[in-house]
Design a protein around this ligand. Structure first.
Ligand SMILES: [Zn+2]
Length: 420
């Protein structure tokens, strides 16, 4: 019998710690609360992290790669993305709060076997993300991924964002608006700076909702409370306002320009490109052999996005993976795995893609828990796979083991996505 807090010592063939890759055997020692040690198998772990008198590892997994649990930096846990019927999707938010929380919790509980162990929710006006954040920290009966939430996103009345936000216009000042979010349990602030890309033209058709000065005022108010601020922005004008306003991350960022990438690098603004919702729409059109003109437009949008992602990566812009799970056609869990494949297809190498969903996010997004890396002091949340993920991230979709604070989950690659 091993007590839950006894250290476990595993030797794996390859270790990706969230930042670097250690090929050749590596030792990992952990208990159910934290990683105690990681290092090359050239030398033994220090005795103080091992069980008394232990001289050999508990388990040798020489054909396995270990990597941190993945973070999805852009989700909407309130909604399941697998549901395609728009009337059913609209009906979701008419349910009472308790039902919404119960359903979202059940959804979150299914994500760990996919390898998704943390998420930054992107906002809901019902307060479901905040409720899940509270349940996570209180410790629910079942394990759920880390989640934090901005509560209701902030948008301009009459503009895009009503389904996930509450208007800025309800408040007398930017400070009041940010304070209202903080009071309702937001961990960070989400701004909706622009509309979305119009799938018929490939462009954002409306002027941005918020000027650069307004974004800057919200950023100042958020920072005064020690909160990060992330911005939904597509189209060059909207992106520009988000950049000049000084947000922490830009979400989506369709129609990004190279000059804007340079500014993002210099101002340390990260990018969460969220390919999957647009890719889903594109694939659906293609399958139905419908809308040739629209198909052509969407292909150009996606190709330009892929080109800019590679440019951003070359220039040194921080890239963080996020799926926009909960959007139509983007199931939670699977959505992130699909996003990673699209980032690799765009031309990022697999290790950099994996970093964007592990160490880079944990470094940049200021999570409340130590997650996303496999280093001393981090939470023991990781994936073990016998498939060579350093050669291609699509291998994350195959069978794997997922460990989360001492609990073991087997991947459910054949499981239904219904409800996710
Ligand atoms: Zn979103």
């Amino acid at each position: 019998m091993v007590a839950p807090d006894d250290p476990m010592w595993i030797t794996v063939g390859t270790l990706i710690d969230g930042e670097t890759i250690l090929k050749g055997p590596a030792h990992v020692v952990f208990n159910s609360r934290q990683i105690l040690y990681t290092g090359s198998a050239d030398r033994l772990p220090p005795r103080r992290v091992l069980k008394e008198g232990q001289t050999a590892c508990d388990l040798i997994l020489e054909n396995y790669t270990m990597l941190p649990g993945l973070t999805d930096a852009h989700t909407h846990i309130l909604k399941g993305g697998a549901e395609l019927d728009q009337s059913k999707r609209n009906a979701i938010i008419k349910k009472d709060f308790r039902t919404l929380v119960t359903e979202a919790l059940a959804r979150a509980e299914r994500l760990i076997p996919f390898g998704v162990m943390a998420m930054r929710d992107a906002g809901d006006k019902e307060g479901v993300g905040v409720a899940l954040n509270e349940l996570y920290h209180a410790g629910t009966t079942k394990k759920v991924p880390y989640i934090d939430s901005p509560a209701a996103a902030i948008y301009r009345r009459g503009q895009y964002g009503r389904f996930m936000g509450l208007p800025l216009d309800e408040h007398d000042s930017y400070d009041d608006c940010v304070k209202a979010r903080a009071d309702s349990g937001a961990y960070r602030i989400k701004l909706i700076v622009s509309d979305i890309v119009d799938f018929n033209t490939g462009k954002v058709m409306k002027k941005p909702q918020l000027s650069a000065q307004e974004v800057a005022a919200c950023v100042k108010a958020a920072r005064s409370k020690g909160m990060q601020i992330f911005a939904h922005a597509s189209g060059q004008e909207g992106i520009e306002n988000a950049i000049l306003g000084g947000v922490d991350t830009i979400e989506h960022g369709f129609s990004m320009s190279e000059e804007q990438l340079l500014k993002m690098r210099d101002f340390d603004i990260a990018w969460v490109p969220t390919f999957v919702p647009v890719q889903f729409y594109y694939e659906a059109l293609r399958k139905n052999k419908a809308g040739w003109k629209q198909l052509d437009i969407l292909k150009k949008v996606l190709d330009q996005h892929a080109q800019m992602l590679i440019k951003a990566h070359e220039l040194g812009v921080t890239i963080i993976a996020g799926s926009d799970a909960g959007s139509r056609g983007v199931p939670h869990g699977q959505g992130l795995l699909n996003e990673l494949v699209l980032m690799e297809k765009a031309g990022m190498n697999p290790l950099d893609v994996l970093k964007s969903a592990t160490g880079t996010g944990s470094e940049r997004l200021s999570f409340r828990d130590k997650i996303g890396c496999l280093k001393k002091g981090y939470k023991p949340r990781f994936i073990l796979t016998r498939h060579l993920v350093p050669n291609g991230v699509e291998k994350l979709q195959l069978d794997k083991y997922c460990f989360f604070d001492g609990a073991l989950f087997e991947s459910n690659e054949n499981d239904t996505l219904a409800g996710l």
